[in-house]
Each structure stands twice: as C-alpha cells, then as structure tokens.
Design a binder for this molecule. Sequence first.
Ligand SMILES: Nc1ncnc2c1ncn2[C@@H]1O[C@H](COP(=O)(O)OP(=O)(O)O)[C@@H](O)[C@H]1O
Ligand SMILES: [Mg+2]
Length: 369
Amino acid sequence: MIKKERKLLVVDDNIDFIHFIRRALEREDYRISIALDGKTAIEKTSTENPELILLDMKLPDISGEEVLERVKEVNKDIPVIVITGYGGDQVAIDMMRKGAIDFLTKPVEPRILIKAIASALAIHDAQKKDKKNPYPSLEIFFPFLAHEIRNPLHAIAGAMAIIQKRCNLEDEFLTQSIKIIHEEVNHLNDFVQGCLNFVRPPDFIRFSEVNLRELISVTTSMMTHTLEPESNKIKIDIKADPDLPKVYINYEEIKQAFLNIVKNAFEAMPEGGELLIEASQTHESPKAVEIVFKDQGVGIKKEAMDLLFSPFFTNKPRGNGLGLALCRRIIVERHQGTIHVESEENKGTTVKVRLPIDRPQQDQPGEAS
Ligand SMILES: Nc1ncnc2c1ncn2[C@@H]1O[C@H](COP(=O)(O)OP(=O)(O)O)[C@@H](O)[C@H]1O
Ligand SMILES: [Mg+2]
C-alpha cells in the first residue's frame, strides 16, 4: 500500500532549527512547508490547508500564542504542536488550554519529535473518524437499553402465560385482551431486536464462501413459516444461474437483509401475488452477483423513494422502519455491495442487490438508492 504524504507546516524564524526538522523528518512521509513569521503561518494555514502545525512560540512579528489562536480560527481541528526554547509547565498548560495538542522544549530529540507528530496525527484521525460515524454512542448505549426493556418483557410474557392458563377462556373480552398483550409484547420484542441488529458492530470474522441459491431458499422458507397464513396467497419463484459463483459474505447478516426485503414484498401483497427472485453473475467489473427481488405489490409513492433507507422511515401502521436501513448497513457498509429500489405504485417493487464475489476491503462502502 502506498502511504499518503501528509502536509506539515513548520513555523519558526530560526533557519538552523528548520534544517534540523527537515533532517529529523527526512525518512518520514511528510511534505514540509515553512513559515518564518506568524503572519505567513496564518496565511499558509488557510491557503495550504496543512494537516499539522509545528509552532515556535517566539516569532519576529506576532506572538506564538496569538498565532495559535488565529490558526484555530481558520481550522479549529488542526493539531498544533508548540515548540519553544523557554517555558515550563505553566506555558505548556496555557498553550494546551488554547488548543495545542502537544508541547515540546528545544532542544528536541528527533525520536521524540517524530513520535509527537505521529501521535498527534493519530489522535486527530481518530477524532475525525468518530465524527464521521453517526452511531458510536448508540452502539454502546442501545444494548444496555435493550437489556432493560427485554427483561420486563420476558416477565410480562411469562406472567401472561400463567394468567392465560388459569383464566376463564369463555370470557371473550379477557381472551381478546390477552391476545393484544401478546401481540404488543412480540411487537416490542421485534422492535428491540431490529434496533439491536441495526447497531450491532460488524463482524468480519464470520465471513465465508456462501452459495446464494441456498441462502435464498432458507430465507424464503423462513418467511413462509413466520408469515403463515398470509404466505399461502403468495407464490415464490426462485431463478438462480446454475453456475452461480459463491460469494464471500457474512451468512447471518445477508440472511437478515434478505429476510427484510422478502418481508417487505410479502407485506406489500396482502391480497397475494408473485415474488420472483433471480440471481445471476454480472458481467461488469468488479465481479459481483446480482439478486433481484420483484414483487407485484402496492408499490411505493415517488415522494417516499428518497426516504426508504432512513432509519425509522415507515408508512406501515406497525412498521419500525428499520428493515431497509439495516439492509443498507449490511449490504453497502459491511459488504461493499449496492442496493437499489425501483417501484411503481399499484404495480410492484423491484429491489436489486449486488454483492461482490471477492473479499471486501474495509472502509470502501458501496451505495444505496
Ligand atoms: N417491496 C415493497 N413494496 C412496497 N413498499 C415497500 C417495499 N419495500 C419497502 N417499502 C417501503 O419502504 C418502507 C420502509 O421499509 P422498511 O425499512 O423495511 O421498514 P418497515 O417495513 O418497518 O416499514 C416501508 O414502510 C414501505 O413503505
Ligand atoms: Mg420492513
């Protein structure tokens, strides 16, 4: 892998020290730009957009302190390492308070300088990644919440089973009420499970070579069992290329995604209809398998098309809106695949999924639309 060169701005009026820095960083992958005074440093921060600044406190024009404040106004996230020939703890504390990430005193050992730059960039990269990920706190928080919800639900279901056994089943209102409680408990359980699936971190260890024809059959028979009797009205037709190559995927996750797609198709055809599932290898590069789910259901309104993949978007009275959001997480973010939905109201919906045949690279998501 080619390492990316990173841009550093060195702010110092001492030419000898600048030479020293150049020599110390000779073997590292840094591109160095120089500012001999504070004004140039501020200018270069906005024109050159460096990734890190090494800042001397004593400059001919403006104080290092002011330069620190001004460059932070230009880019508040830029890591600044303050270097000074004088100082002490108090100066260091003041500079850190003003946003410096580290503080070094001259003479600086090259080894220490290199380490300070590397760790400042690493901290900065980690913070940036954290900001890009919209779910970090949810991933940690939700499993706790789920645990707190599921325990009482379990207790309610248990207590209801006892009541059901002992109560007078002739009483229609009572039987009806028990049924409602059961349904609501199941609904809440499913919702919590849906959220848990959505926030669960990726598990790259469970990737293996999978025969998709088999996985599709498992998915459809699972759905037919869970959605009886509705499923009696739905005909499922699976057409998979006989020489369909295996794909390298997380079996359980892709099964989850396909279950959600098939469930949506079933729910879109309350009066019955046909669900056609086709799987074939694409002829474009990168090599992929395309799975097309085509239903004859109610279809989707044009206005809703852009919202389909947003978590909690649903137009079903009892939907949770997590099905397609989960599909996107699994297929696009975790398998570098793609998922596209086409639909016509009252005619039907087609969901096209592509999964790369070869091992996915992390950090290279696919797309959803
Ligand atoms: N096959 C389909 N036919 C019609 N509408 C669909 C289909 N798949 C998804 N949708 C629409 O997308 C919305 C979001 O789907 P999803 O994320 O699975 O949540 P939910 O099924 O809980 O509503 C659904 O409420 C529905 O409006
Ligand atoms: Mg759904």
